[in-house]
Design a protein. Structure first.
Length: 175
């Protein structure tokens, strides 16, 4: 039986709902780093062959100066200002509903939404995310970039699982 591709948001947030601190600071993520513990990420990405992220997130990833972690996957960067390809990603400035519809019609594994907040918002606005895997890091940032921006409507989700870790991280999976 064919398994339908899912669009999955897999992301970490502070307890007060931020995915980045002031000035795109991500140093707080290291507070839960433990040897040999990746909180299910390696297993998750085995089931992913396509990645979608926002341009600001892509720019932050590039600023790390390390090899692009999605180089072996098809990657789309949602952008209002860039188009074409840079050799690692395809910039997409069309209707995100058309992109998701096209991808879901193709054979393949799941589609990973790798941030940021604006990309998540536009995907949520059009009800395009099938599953939310949210790792809550036990830290208050106080300010920064919120994971979920305000919208005109809400949506009820179903809790599928909740896993706690010694580091204090709690991982929630909703559909």
């Amino acid at each position: 039986m064919d398994q339908k591709r899912k669009v999955v948001l897999y992301i970490a947030t502070s307890l007060d709902g931020f995915i980045a601190g002031k000035d795109d600071d991500l140093s707080w993520l290291s507070s839960v780093e433990r040897p040999g513990e990746d909180y299910g990420y390696a297993e998750f990405v085995k089931n992913v062959d396509t990645v979608i992220m926002g341009r600001k997130t892509y720019d932050v990833v590039l600023s790390f100066g390390i090899e692009f972690s999605h180089k072996d996957r098809r990657c789309y960067v949602l952008s209002r200002s860039k188009s074409g390809s840079d050799g690692q990603v395809d910039f997409y400035n069309g209707d995100v509903r058309e992109l998701i519809d096209q991808l879901k019609k193709e054979e393949g594994k799941n589609i990973f939404i790798d941030g940021g907040a604006e990309a998540v918002k536009v995907l949520r606005e059009h009800d395009l995310i099938d599953e939310y895997v949210i790792s809550i890091i036990p830290v208050f940032l106080g300010s920064g970039i919120r994971l979920f921006q305000e919208m005109d409507h809400g949506k009820k989700l179903t809790l599928e699982s909740c896993e706690t870790f010694e580091s204090g991280l709690v991982q929630l999976r909703y559909t």
